[in-house]
Design a protein around this ligand. Sequence first.
Ligand SMILES: [Fe+2]
Length: 167
Amino acid sequence: MIWSCNVCNHLSLGTRGPESCPVCGVPRDQFHEWTPKEHIAGTETEANLTEAFEGKASRYARLLAWSTIAELQGDREAAALFRQRADEDMAHAISHLIRLGVDSDTGANLQKAQDESGNNNRIVYPGYFSVAEDEGFADAGHYFASVGQRELTHSDTYLELIERAHT
Ligand SMILES: [Fe+2]
């Protein structure tokens, strides 16, 4: 189920709304069940949401890394702040994704995940590997090759679940 904040229109997934809104802070009882009403496909709003989603998703990883660095340096306050902001940014990213139209069919999502991992394994990471080799970066090249290989494992495990659903 999708839940929307009555105050700021933040969206979240779950059997009920979040304990408190990660945008405006209101409690769970301020959330109502939501279904898409606006058709944004092909608009600038869709492009902006996509850009915002990518930004939030990458900032999540950056903030987690900064949190770990702060923790290693003994700055617990900064580590906790980065961690909290990372969690909020991930909640925002998911809200953006829902608004862009997330598929509620797990079978279809498994297929998409398998396609993406397969593509990463066959095309994307081998391409990164080649460029790194050409540029003389053996360490980065080996890294790309390893990640690409891991993508094959991801692809295989998705496929396993897909096939199990059809037997
Ligand atoms: Fe809110």
